[in-house]
Each structure stands twice: as structure tokens, then as C-alpha cells.
Design a protein around this ligand. Structure first.
Ligand SMILES: Nc1ncnc2c1ncn2[C@@H]1O[C@H](COP(=O)(O)OP(=O)(O)O)[C@@H](O)[C@H]1O
Ligand SMILES: [Mg+2]
Length: 421
């Protein structure tokens, strides 16, 4: 097998999972910039993920054969365009295609135009417009800042007063800055959420196992929203009937619509789905990249090589495929104070004992080396991922492994995947 030199842009748990996967497949991984905790899973480049010039220069100097861009902000800002202009095969959509994540108003408009099933919505730009639009919703709508808001821009209002307050915060309070100057109001959907990731070259799509993440901090889906406290795959609610509907009513028209508009999507398209009681899938949102922590169980459990498919996507020769994977789960360990703040410098115990386990992997999202120890260095600190022949076994293994890692003030959910047991 030949070795491919791949650059991965980013420094979180998502990029660690990508680095581990490709190193494990025998390739040479350069993390731009990654973090110390990636260890032998990558060689680190001293470069800022937010500096496109430097990234393109390093990719050229290092003669990388493939670039994979992890986070959304550089994609929305056009990093993939720059890399491709420099002749570097890249997995990551153009700025034009990444607009599906960069602007919720644009994404909703696109869905309406292409008959993709999604909640009824109205887009507003002033408080007066917003308050008037509220009157046209029978039940309190979901209130969404248009732009990138690091997962904090959405209020699922329980009352009309809450919806009014959220509108006010965005449109007059300056919450989320420019990202909140346009607001999408949308009807609240009911059902179960599923994360579907499709690697695509703009036409064909290779879909990963359906995953579910857990955004709330507390067990039983209580407490504040977070970047994600755990995830697992496969999600049993996403059966073959749902999958067929998603392919024909959502994936196909989305990819064809973007192609027709001259902005084919080359990269990982995330579709956030609500599956209602009748088994009908609705799109909550699109993202333009892998989500963390869902990517961890998807790549840790994947049963076929990832690298050739990434290359095929970048070179426009992908085939439609459903990628097989073993059941897997990640439990996130967060630091004290998260998500309001994060506590740095707490000494982490127990990682060494996990290092020898074949079916467990610790992905580093917010750690740092201090002397001879690992310490916390962010809100979400580690993703403890396990795979097993059955989902219950993977869930048990991930939880037990997560419990064996300790630091002061550690926060974790012990109910990851409870709905799928
Ligand atoms: N129309 C909706 N109906 C019900 N819940 C929703 C709706 N839109 C969003 N949500 C909830 O809010 C969360 C965040 O909304 P989303 O559109 O995914 O924005 P982001 O991930 O950018 O914060 C979703 O995962 C879902 O739980
Ligand atoms: Mg979302």
C-alpha cells in the first residue's frame, strides 16, 4: 500500500480522530496545528488554523497530497478554495458551498427552493419584523441567529415571551454580533434527532453510520447546551426506510441543487435531522464538516479504509456507498465550569492505562502537557471512545473507560446512548 501525505487543519478532538484514523491506515499525517495530545498520531506543524496564507504555504512546502479541513470557520472564509487554487486536493467545501452552514437564512432559502423537507420559517432583520412574524406562528418558534455562533445562537423557546426575548437579544442586544443581525424563526419540530454525515465529491455520496450526539450538559438531556457531551452510532431510529427517504428527498436534491447553482459541495456534508413519529425525516440544519464528538465513534468504528475515499472525493471520482462500521461511542470529559467557563491546569490521571487498549481511544480536545503530566486546557478536554461488536457493549466500555480517567471537577454524562439500549 502506498503512503499518502495528508494535512489536517484544526486542533480539536475531531481532527485528532481524523489523524488517528489516517495514521492507523498507514499514512503520514501533518496536523495544522493539532495539539500535543495527538502524540504519535500526527506530526505537528507550527501554523495557525486561522491563517490561510501560512496553511497554503506549508501545504506546498510539505508537498501534501491531500488536505482535510476540520472546522467550519476557515471553510466559510474560503480556505478550501485557496488550497485548491494552489493545486492541493482538498476535502472541504468552497466558501460558496459552505454557506449552507455559514448562513441559516441562506440554507433555509435553499431548502425551500429545492423542496427539501424542513420546518416552516421566516427570516427577519429588525425587531419590529420579528415581533410581527411571531404572530404568524401558532406555537413558540425556534429562534436562530443567522451566522456562525459556535452552537450558542439557537433558542428553542417554550413560550412566546422567551421567543420575544431571544429576538430582542439578537436584533437589539447585539448578542452574537453580526451573526445575529439576521434571525430565522422556525416552527418547532418534534421527534428524535439524528446526525447524518456524507462524504461527497459533489455528485456521489458515501454515508457514515447514523449518529446521535448529546448537546445538553446534564443527564436526561437537562442543563445548558454544550459543544457535545457524547455521541454514539448507529442510531437505531434511522432504519432502512428512513435512510431511503433521506437519500431521495434530502441528499440527492441538496447535492444536485448546489451543483446546478455552480457550487458543488466537495467535502463532508452534515445533515441534522429530526425524525418524526411517522418516520419522516426533516432537516434541522446543514453543516459543512464533521461534527465533534460524533466523528469519533464514526471513524473509530469504521470498517473500511477512509483515505482512498477522501482522495476520491477530492478528485471527483467517488462512488455512492453506505460505509460499514462497528458500533462505537464517545463519552466527553469536560472541565469544571463548562460550558460557562473552563478550568485549565487540572492534572489528568488515568490516561496511560488506556493507551494499551485496542478497543478504546482517548481523543484530545483540550489538554496540554505540563512537566510529566497531562492537564486540562479547555472546556471539552477529552473524548473517550470505545468500539465493540454490539452497541450496548460499546456504550458500557466507553463509560467505564471514561470513569477511569480523573481530574478535579470533571464533568461527564453517564447516560450516553441510553435511548438506544
Ligand atoms: N425547528 C426545530 N425544531 C426543534 N428543535 C430544533 C429546531 N431547530 C433547532 N432545534 C434544536 O436546536 C439545536 C440547535 O439548532 P441548529 O439549527 O442545529 O443550530 P446550531 O447547531 O448551529 O446551534 C438542534 O440540535 C435542535 O436540538
Ligand atoms: Mg446543530
Amino acid at each position: 500500500m502506498s503512503t499518502t501525505r495528508v494535512m489536517i487543519v484544526g486542533n480539536g478532538g475531531r481532527e485528532h480522530a481524523l489523524a488517528w484514523r489516517l495514521t492507523h491506515e498507514g499514512h503520514e499525517v501533518l496536523a495544522a496545528p493539532g495539539r500535543e495530545g495527538y502524540g504519535d498520531d500526527a506530526r505537528r506543524l507550527d501554523v495557525d488554523a486561522g491563517d490561510p496564507e501560512a496553511l497554503v504555504a506549508r501545504a506546498r512546502d510539505e508537498r501534501v497530497e491531500l488536505a482535510v479541513v476540520g472546522p467550519e470557520q476557515p471553510l466559510v472564509d474560503g480556505l478550501a478554495d485557496r488550497l485548491r487554487d494552489a493545486g492541493i486536493p482538498t476535502v472541504g467545501p468552497s466558501a460558496a458551498a459552505a454557506e449552507l452552514e455559514g448562513s441559516k437564512a441562506a440554507a433555509k432559502r435553499f431548502m425551500v427552493e429545492h423542496d427539501v423537507p424542513t420546518a416552516r420559517h421566516e427570516t427577519v432583520r429588525t425587531l419590529a419584523e420579528g415581533l410581527a412574524a411571531l404572530e404568524r406562528f401558532e406555537a413558540p418558534p425556534v429562534v436562530k441567529a443567522d451566522g456562525l455562533a459556535a452552537g450558542k445562537g439557537v433558542t428553542v423557546a417554550e413560550t412566546m415571551d422567551e421567543a420575544r426575548a431571544a429576538l430582542r437579544e439578537c436584533l437589539e442586544g447585539g448578542a452574537f454580533g453580526a451573526a445575529g443581525r439576521t434571525v430565522v424563526l422556525e416552527q418547532r419540530l418534534r421527534g428524535q434527532e439524528v446526525s447524518l454525515f456524507a462524504l461527497t465529491d459533489g455528485s456521489a455520496a458515501a454515508t457514515f453510520l447514523p449518529a446521535q450526539d448529546h448537546k445538553r450538559l446534564g443527564e436526561g438531556d437537562t442543563g445548558p447546551n454544550t459543544g457535545g457531551m457524547g455521541a454514539y452510532a448507529p442510531a437505531p431510529i434511522y432504519d432502512e426506510a428512513v435512510a431511503a427517504k433521506v437519500r431521495s428527498r434530502i441528499l440527492a436534491p441538496t447535492l444536485a441543487g448546489l451543483r446546478a447553482q455552480g457550487r458543488p459541495f466537495v467535502g463532508v456534508l452534515f445533515v441534522g435531522l429530526m425524525i418524526d413519529d411517522a418516520g419522516e425525516p426533516w432537516v434541522i440544519e446543514y453543516n459543512c464538516r464533521f461534527g465533534d464528538p460524533e466523528v469519533q465513534p464514526l471513524l473509530f468504528g469504521l470498517r473500511v479504509p477512509l483515505l482512498p475515499r477522501l482522495l476520491d472525493a477530492a478528485h471527483g471520482r467517488l462512488r455512492d456507498e453506505v460505509l460499514p462500521g462497528d458500533p462505537a461511542a464517545t463519552v466527553v470529559l469536560a472541565s469544571a465550569g463548562y460550558p460557562r467557563s473552563s478550568h485549565v491546569g487540572d492534572r489528568i490521571e488515568g490516561l496511560e492505562a488506556l493507551a494499551g487498549e485496542a478497543d478504546v481511544k482517548a481523543f484530545h480536545a483540550g489538554t496540554r502537557r505540563a512537566g510529566d503530566a497531562w492537564v486540562t486546557d479547555g472546556g471539552r478536554v477529552l473524548g473517550i471512545c470505545a468500539r465493540a461488536p454490539s452497541l450496548p457493549a460499546a456504550l458500557d466500555r466507553a463509560r467505564a473507560a471514561a470513569e477511569s480517567v480523573r481530574f478535579d471537577g470533571v464533568q461527564m454524562r453517564r447516560d450516553i446512548g441510553a435511548r438506544a439500549r
